[in-house]
Design a protein around this ligand. Structure first.
Ligand SMILES: *[C@@H]1O[C@H](CO)[C@@H](O)[C@H](O)[C@H]1NC(C)=O
Ligand SMILES: *[C@@H]1O[C@H](CO)[C@@H](O)[C@H](O)[C@H]1NC(C)=O
Ligand SMILES: *[C@@H]1O[C@H](CO)[C@@H](O)[C@H](O)[C@H]1NC(C)=O
Length: 626
C-alpha cells in the first residue's frame, strides 16, 4: 500500500481487439429499480474473443440459457437487456494488465481533493491507447465511500449523487473499452478496520452490508465487464481478523445477492488480510453458498525499502529479485486453482532509480505471467500517466509491462545489484562530470535473447555505428565524438538528450545523457526549529533530486534505526523518503519529524545528501544544530 500515493482499487481492464469491444457493446442495459419481486435475467450466448495472458487469443464459446431466480431475500433491481457471463479466469486473463485510477475517486473527502482533478473520459482513452496493438491494458478507479454517507445506522444511506458519479465513471471506462473493477477503498481504515482495538464489528458488518446493497443496486445492471471488490487492503493483525475478513467477504456476496440485477453472476475479487500475500495465504477461506465467479486479489509493494526509498535503498539486488519470485510463487502455491491478480504494484518514477525500477517492473510482470497472475499497475496521478499532457512519464517502463505480460522477453539496462557496493552504477544514464574531458563511455544491457536494432535520440537523430557507438556482447560503447555533441568540460549541468534503444523484440530501453557537478546549498547549517519542515535551498547539479540521505549524530549514533548498521555502506544510518526527507523544485527538505528527532536527541546531526550518480564526491553535508 502506498502512503502518499495511496492505494488503488477499481481497475479497469482494456478489452483487447475491436471484435471484443463490439461483442461487449451489446451489454449496456437500463436499470429499473424493482419492487422486491423476483428478478429474471436472460442470459445470452457468450461468444467472446478473449485475449489470454499468452500472446495468442483463444475463442471461448459457452452456451448458457437459464432463467435464474434471485436469491432469497429481497431483490431490489431488475435489468432489461442481457448479461454475458464470463468466468473469473477468463475475466482475469482478459483484463491483464490493468491500471489504477489512483488518488481520484478514492480521495477524501471528495474526488478532486487530492492531487488529481475529477476524472475525465480522455484519461481512459489514454490508458486504452497505451495498450499498443494486441496487448491489453487496464484502467480503474478507486472509490472511497466514507465521506459520502448521508445516513447512519441501520440504513447507512449513501449520497445518491455520489453513487451516480461512481456509476458514470464506471460507464466512462467501459465506454473506452476497458474492463472495470471497482471497490470500497480507504473505508478500510476510516470505519471498516476490524483489527482496531474496540472495533464495533456489528457496526462494520452492518455498514458493509448496507454499503454493498446500495452499490449493488447502482451497478447491478452493468455489463459483465464490471467486477467488484469488497474492501481495499483491510487491516488484519492476527488469524481472528483474518476470519472476520472472510466473514466480510461473505457479507459482501450476500449484499450483492440481495441487490439483484446481474450481481450474482458478476465476477468479484475477494480479499485476504491487508491484501498481503502471506496473510492471505495463511487466513483466507472463501465463503460458501454464493454463485459469483471469484478471483483472489492481493497487492505487492515489496521489497518495501526499494519501493519506498527507505534506509537509502536505491538498488535492486539479485536477492531482492529472488524474493519477489518466491513471494509470488508462494501465494500461487497456496491457491493453485484460483484466478489470482495483483491489484496494485508499482515502482514509481517519482522516487525509484530508473534502471532498477524498470528491472523491477519486468520481474514482477514476468513472474506474475509465469504464475498465471494478472497485474494492475498503481498510478497515483504523479507516478505514470500525466493526465494533463496525455503522456506516460516513462514509456520504457510501460512497454516493459506490456511485453512481460505478453510473454515477450525484454532487454534491460543493467545497474548495480550488490548490496555491499559503495557506489551505484546505472546503464539508464550516460553521466559526464563537469571538468572532465569527454571520453568514450560504455553501458551494459542484459539483452535477454534480443539483439540491438537501433539507437535514436529524442531530437530526431539515428545513431550510426561505429561513428557514434559500437556493441560488443552486451556492452554498448558510445564514442566521445557522439557524446561531445551534448556534454563537454564546461557544459551546464542537466539532462541533455534521451536515447531510445530498440531491440529485435520487447520493450525499448531509455538512456539519458546528463552532465553533472556537485550541487550547492545556500547554507550548510542551521539551528533546529520545532514544528515545521526545514527547507534548504539548493542549486541542483544535473539530476534534480536527492538519491538518499544519511542522518548521523555528532555522538556517532544514528538519528533513526540503529539496526541499519547491518546494511551496506549505501544504507547504514540512512533515512527514509517522504517521512524523513523530501525535496521540491528548489529545496532539499528535512521533515518536521526529522527536525523533531534532532531536537529530542539534543546533539547536532549531520545530514549527508547523496545525489545521482551515486558516486564518491557527489554528496553534500548539512548540519542541524540544537
Ligand atoms: C455497535 O454497532 C451497532 C450497530 O450499528 C450499534 O447498535 C451498537 O450500539 C454499537 N455498539 C457500541 C458499543 O457502540
Ligand atoms: C503458502 O504461503 C506460505 C506463506 O507465504 C508459504 O510459506 C508456503 O510455502 C506457501 N505454500 C505453498 C504450497 O507454496
Ligand atoms: C560529511 O559528514 C560525514 C559525517 O556524517 C563525514 O564523514 C564526511 O567527511 C563529511 N563530508 C564532508 C565533505 O565534509
Amino acid at each position: 500500500m502506498r502512503s502518499t500515493a495511496a492505494l488503488g482499487v477499481v481497475l479497469a481492464l482494456a478489452s483487447g481487439s475491436n471484435a471484443q469491444q463490439s461483442a461487449y457493446g451489446q451489454y449496456y442495459s437500463q436499470c429499473i429499480p424493482g419492487t422486491g419481486s423476483m428478478t429474471q435475467t436472460t442470459q445470452t450466448i457468450l461468444t467472446t474473443s478473449v485475449q489470454s495472458t499468452s500472446s495468442s487469443s483463444t475463442q471461448l464459446t459457452s452456451t448458457r440459457s437459464t432463467t435464474s431466480a434471485a436469491p432469497t431475500g429481497t431483490s431490489a433491481l431488475e435489468c432489461t437487456g442481457t448479461f454475458t457471463p464470463i468466468s473469473a479466469s477468463e475475466y482475469v486473463a482478459a483484463m491483464n494488465p490493468g491500471w489504477n485510477l489512483g488518488n481520484t475517486l478514492d480521495a477524501t473527502p471528495d474526488e478532486g481533493s487530492w492531487n488529481n482533478p475529477p476524472v475525465v473520459a480522455e484519461t481512459f482513452a489514454d490508458v486504452k491507447a497505451a495498450g499498443f496493438k494486441s496487448v491489453l491494458t487496464s484502467s480503474g478507479d478507486v472509490v472511497t465511500y466514507a465521506d459520502h454517507f448521508t445516513g447512519s445506522s441501520p440504513d447507512w444511506t449513501i449520497d445518491p449523487d455520489w453513487l451516480q458519479r461512481v456509476s458514470d465513471v464506471v460507464d466512462m471506462a467501459v465506454d473506452a473499452g476497458l474492463y472495470v473493477l471497482t471497490n470500497v477503498h480507504h473505508d478500510s481504515w476510516e470505519w471498516a478496520d476490524v483489527s482496531a482495538s474496540g472495533a464495533n464489528l456489528t457496526m462494520i458488518e452492518e455498514k458493509m452490508h448496507r454499503t454493498w446493497v446500495q452499490i449493488g443496486e447502482t451497478l447491478g445492471c452493468k455489463s459483465s465487464m464490471v467486477s467488484l471488490e469488497p474492501i481495499n487492503e483491510p487491516p488484519a493483525s492476527d488469524a481472528e481478523d483474518g476470519t472476520e475478513l472472510n466473514k466480510i467477504n461473505g457479507i459482501f456476496l450476500q449484499a450483492l445477492a440481495e441487490s439483484g440485477g446481474f450481481n450474482t453472476q458478476r465476477v468479484v475479487t475477494l480479499v485476504g488480510g491487508a491484501m498481503d500475500s502471506i496473510k492471505t495465504s495463511e487466513w483466507f477461506v472463501a465463503p460458501t453458498g454464493y454463485d459469483n465467479p471469484w478471483a483472489l486479489q492481493y497487492h505487492y509493494y515489496s521489497p518495501y525499502d526499494f519501493i519506498f526509498s527507505a534506509w537509502g535503498k536505491t538498488i535492486l539486488t539479485d536477492s531482492d529479485i529472488a524474493t519477489i519470485e518466491a513471494d509470488l510463487a508462494n501465494i500461487r502455491g497456496n491457491f493453485t486453482d484460483v484466478p489470482l491478480l495483483i491489484g496494485e504494484f508499482d515502482a514509481s518514477p517519482i522516487n525509484c532509480e530508473p534502471a532498477a525500477r524498470r528491472k523491477y517492473m519486468d520481474v514482477v510482470a514476468r513472474t506474475a505471467k509465469e504464475l498465471d497472475t494478472a497485474v494492475i499497475l498503481w498510478d497515483n496521478g504523479l507516478d505514470h500517466l500525466d493526465r494533463d499532457t496525455h503522456t506516460w512519464r516513462d514509456v520504457h517502463a510501460i512497454q516493459i509491462l506490456m511485453n512481460a505480460v505478453a510473454g515477450v522477453s525484454n532487454s534491460l539496462s543493467d545497474a548495480t545489484t550488490d548490496a555491499a557496493a559503495t557506489e551505484q552504477s546505472s546503464s539508464a544514464y550516460l553521466f559526464h562530470k563537469v571538468g572532465d574531458a569527454v571520453a568514450d563511455q560504455a553501458i551494459t544491457v542484459s539483452l535477454n535473447g534480443n539483439t540491438l536494432d537501433s539507437i535514436a535520440t529524442d531530437d530526431g537523430m539515428t545513431l550510426t555505428a561505429p561513428t557514434d557507438y559500437s556493441i560488443s556482447d552486451e556492452t554498448i560503447t558510445f564514442t566521445s565524438s557522439f557524446l561531445s555533441q551534448y556534454v563537454s568540460e564546461t557544459a551546464e549541468p542537466g539532462t541533455k538528450v534521451d536515447l531510445t534503444l530498440t531491440f529485435s523484440a520487447g520493450a525499448t530501453a531509455g538512456v539519458t545523457v546528463a552532465q553533472w557537478e556537485l550541487p550547492t546549498l545556500a547554507s550548510t547549517s542551521s539551528t533546529a526549529v520545532a514544528g515545521a519542515d526545514l527547507l534548504i535551498p539548493i542549486t541542483w547539479g544535473g539530476i534534480n533530486e536527492p538519491a538518499a540521505v544519511k542522518m548521523l549524530r555528532s555522538d556517532g549514533d544514528y538519528l533513526f534505526d540503529d539496526w541499519t548498521q547491518y546494511l551496506g555502506p549505501l544504507q547504514a544510518a540512512y533515512g527514509t523518503y517522504s517521512g524523513q526527507w523530501n525535496w521540491d523544485s528548489g529545496d532539499l527538505i528535512l521533515t518536521s519529524t526529522t527536525v523533531a528527532a534532532v531536537i529530542a536527541a539534543r546533539v547536532p546531526t549531520t545530514f549527508t545528501f547523496d545525489f545521482f550518480p551515486r558516486v564518491a564526491g557527489n554528496s553534500l553535508n548539512y548540519t542541524l544544530n540544537v
